[in-house]
Design a protein around this ligand. Structure first.
Ligand code: SF4
Ligand code: SF4
Length: 371
């Protein structure tokens, strides 16, 4: 005899479907975290530290990819080794979790591994996003010796496609070799990143097989951003292609390889809880920010470094001061009022306005794009 009356699921969950509990819990945690930054809490509270600080360490690159977001800013100088080490001291006191570098090609900075090793000894986890071109056996060993926690290698298709996209006939072989070497050296978190475009969407199934053969456990899929050379390339996915990408993830995630979408695809409407374990909102000003090439702090490496996007300069103020006092437009979510669509949107507290960079090309509202 049942001790409790059996309740029909429709009475407990009006939609009749079990909620995605993992997702709902993550959303609750995220909402609580965001409230720590709200205006109401600002006056008296110290803001929690960012979890990730990204360092856009150089704009120099040894490739010229068709979808690259690198804009044409030129810098008379990059932060010097001692300057970035001073900044790392501040990040360490703040208890930032992760310090990750991007570019350009970060390994073109001769002092990169010295800086990463310093960050590690200051108690920060470190990460690097690279095209893999410079990773031979000796470089892989040096990356291991610098205690780099996470390495992300870009791979945008099978050999011919990747080489065409990257404008270099050696780039595929070298990227695959880099994955093999870093696997051999047991980098704790090795992942592959693929920018899915009209040029490579037809081969992501075969690419998955290749990654399985290489022993890759984590695969980040993202879409092209409307910035830099990508603006002219016209390789963005249309809504049908986006949906087939979501289907691909739904069918293949966690089958030998964890597949996840990069955060420039924020709220996905009906697809959100089918292919994500938690909400993906733009982390600028809450979880993350970016140190630019010459020490200006902005939200994200994909944003152009302009007067409008800068929150302060590390040549004038400490990182702690900039983090405590900047980023108001993101923390106030001004966009949810300023954008008439967002203001009326029933999902605005799931989405929070989408990716700021995609917004520049009117591609931020995946929900509207799909419906
Ligand atoms: S209208 Fe705005 S808040 Fe709503 S889903 Fe689109 S981008 Fe997000
Ligand atoms: S602006 Fe877009 S790419 Fe940058 S952190 Fe926000 S969601 Fe990510």
């Amino acid at each position: 005899m049942a001790l409790l009356p059996t309740m029909h699921p429709k009475k407990i969950f009006p939609s009749g479907k079990m909620p995605n509990l993992r997702y709902e819990l993550a959303k609750l945690r995220m909402d609580y975290f965001l409230s720590e930054f709200s205006e109401r809490n600002w006056a008296n509270k110290k803001k929690p530290p960012p979890r990730y600080v990204l360092w856009d360490c150089t704009r120099r690159c040894n490739l010229s990819c068709i979808h690259c977001g690198a804009t044409k800013e030129t810098y008379s100088s990059e932060l010097k080794t001692e300057q970035i080490k001073d900044i790392l001291d501040d990040l360490s006191v703040l208890k930032v979790d992760m310090f990750a570098v991007t570019g350009g090609e970060p390994l073109l900075r001769r002092d990169l591994l010295e800086v990463m090793s310093y960050a590690y000894h200051q108690g920060l986890k470190t990460g690097i996003a690279t095209n893999g071109l410079l990773i031979d056996h000796s470089m892989a060993e040096r990356i291991k010796d610098a205690n780099i926690y996470s390495v992300q290698i870009s791979l945008d298709g099978l050999e011919q496609t990747h080489n065409r996209i990257r404008n270099n006939c050696q780039s595929f072989t070298k990227a695959v070799n880099a994955v093999r070497l870093l696997t051999k050296f047991r980098i704790p978190l090795l992942s592959v990143a693929t920018t899915v475009t009209t040029r490579n969407i037809s081969e992501i199934g075969e690419l998955r097989h290749l990654l399985l053969q290489l022993g890759v456990k984590l695969w980040r899929l993202t879409v092209v951003m409307p910035i830099g050379r990508a603006q002219a390339a016209d390789v963005s996915l249309d809504s049908n292609q986006l949906i087939s990408l979501f289907r691909f993830i739904k069918e293949n995630d966690r089958k030998g390889i964890r597949i996840y979408l990069g955060e420039n695809l924020t709220f996905l409407g009906d697809w959100e809880k089918k292919i994500r374990g938690g909400p993906m909102i733009c982390p600028i000003g809450f979880l993350a920010c970016c140190i630019g090439v010459d020490g200006n702090v902005r939200g994200c490496p994909e944003q152009p470094d302009t007067v409008d996007t800068r929150e302060g300069s590390l040549l004038e103020n400490s990182f702690t001061e900039i983090w405590q006092n900047g980023f108001k437009r993101y923390r106030n979510r001004e966009i949810l009022v300023a954008d008439p669509y967002c203001a009326e949107c029933k999902s605005k507290f799931d989405c929070y306005g989408g990716c700021w960079v995609m917004r520049g090309g009117e591609q931020h509202c995946i929900y509207r794009l799909l419906s």
